[in-house]
Design a protein around this ligand. Structure first.
Ligand code: GDP
Length: 420
């Protein structure tokens, strides 16, 4: 039995999906332990392009069973919509399960999220009700997926709407009708009924039978609701600890924690990005790395690799090893800057500080680049010397063994370093 947690070490979009395929091709189950609306997995079927946000198309297409864990927040209507897209293209080879304890995203969660976004004049990124759904969960008035199939649902939904009514009204929004919402959600839940299960038990049964289970986190450590750059965070627990609370398994069950970091930094949206770069380097990373939000098509902010962030993520998550992705994107850059620390009020910080992000300056070192494309490299020895030196520099400075190096989007473009 092996239980592997795969966790983003930065701000998300590190390539966790691809790493899961590469490190655990034999897994019996892939569990998504938190979140509920990803920026988007692009799916191309029959020449048409779809962006899915909830249903994990990659592992399902590969024939895996997938579980949306207890720590997720789910709009059952979106789940049905995305399952229909997959099914209509004959790509639902696997099986999707949903934990009965996962929180339900209700229409007023989406409405209040939208209104708050508008009121804050925030980045304009679309909002999907995940934060308010988690808020209701903590306030003990949430509705869980399993509740959708039980008596007394309308009263619970009405109480949840009522608790938000004043704010929605003040912000000029529309209050949904509890009766109509109940009808719509019961209908959706009935279609999903066979998928709603006790996820903790499923994981337990599979691991007891000696199977491999992968627990994949959403986004990355730096937006974790407790350990990210507060308040520029998401509402989900993205770190390895969240893999236990988001599934209902013991910390003792996890055998391996694999961090995933890009060979540079990206960050969607607002908030501190200490190693941010602009100009030609930013455009190069955005263009070559395809660093556009699939939903808004806006370029992601980019930065040089941030060693203090990885050091921090490794400590908080207890990474056993790291997968470094998108190394191929750096080909052709003459000298590659790497952030090795921050200067803050005359001192040097070797990890992201508790406060002062707007005052700190990145300290960087320049590493020599390489010209050769990496996409055909299949072993450590195939990589140009400077590419290996870049990986070794990060490894040495952050103190995490880098076991996998990814040089392209395909599973085959993953180099596993064998200990010498
Ligand atoms: P996640 O949000 O961390 O799960 O990231 P995804 O798995 O969705 O990956 C983000 C994108 O990066 C996808 O389009 C991947 O195909 C792509 N990708 C992953 N690894 C590599 C890599 O090593 N090189 C390149 N060029 N693209 C990669």
């Amino acid at each position: 039995m092996t239980v592997v947690a795969v966790v983003g070490a930065q701000w998300g979009d590190e390539g966790k999906g691809k790493v899961v395929d590469a490190i655990a091709p034999d897994s019996a189950l892939v569990v998504f332990y938190a979140g509920g609306y990803e920026p988007g997995q692009t799916l191309v079927a029959d020449g048409e392009r779809f962006v899915l946000h909830l249903v994990p198309s990659g592992p399902l297409r590969a024939g895996k069973t997938c579980l949306l864990g207890q720590g997720t927040a789910i709009d059952p209507r979106l789940a049905l919509e995305e399952l229909a897209i997959l099914e209509s293209h004959g790509v639902l080879a696997g099986d999707l399960k949903i934990d009965q304890r996962a929180q339900v995203v209700l229409p007023h969660h989406i409405e209040i999220d939208r209104l708050r976004g508008e009121a804050e004049g925030a980045s304009g990124a679309p909002r999907h009700g995940i934060g308010p759904a988690y808020g209701d969960a903590v306030a003990r008035r949430g509705v869980r997926m399993g509740d959708l199939l039980l008596e007394g649902l309308e009263a619970r939904i009405a109480a949840s709407i009522e608790a938000s009514a004043r704010e929605i009204d003040e912000l000029g929004g529309e209050l949904p009708d509890a009766g109509e919402v109940t009808k719509e959600y019961v209908a959706a839940a009935e279609k999903l009924a066979g998928r709603i299960i006790d996820g903790s038990r499923l994981i337990h049964d599979l691991t007891s039978a000696g199977k491999t289970v992968v627990l994949e986190g959403p986004f990355g450590t730096m937006v974790d609701r407790d350990h990210g750059y507060y308040p520029y965070i998401v509402s989900a627990s993205t770190v390895a600890g969240g893999a236990c609370t988001g599934t209902g398994i013991s910390p003792r069950t996890i055998d391996r924690v694999v961090g995933v970091a890009k060979a540079y930094i990206t960050r969607p949206g607002l908030g501190p990005l200490p190693s941010e770069v602009t100009g030609d380097l930013a455009s190069t990373l955005q263009d070559r790395g395809g660093e556009l939000s699939p939903t808004t098509a806006r370029p992601r902010r980019c930065g040089m690799f941030d060693v203090p962030v990885l050091r921090y993520a490794a400590r908080v998550n207890g990474f056993d090893e790291l997968a470094l992705t998108k190394l191929d994107v750096l080909t052709g850059i003459d000298e590659i800057p790497v952030c090795v620390g921050y200067e803050l009020d005359g001192d040097v910080a070797d990890e992201p500080p508790f406060e002062g992000q707007s005052r700190m300056q990145p300290l960087s070192e320049m590493l020599p680049g390489w010209k050769e494309p990496l996409s055909d490299c299949r072993s450590w020895e195939d990589l140009p010397e400077n590419a290996r030196a870049y990986v070794e520099f990060i490894e040495k400075n952050a103190g995490v063994p880098i076991r996998f190096v990814s040089v392209g989007p395909d599973a085959a473009q993953t180099i596993e370093r064998v200990a010498s």
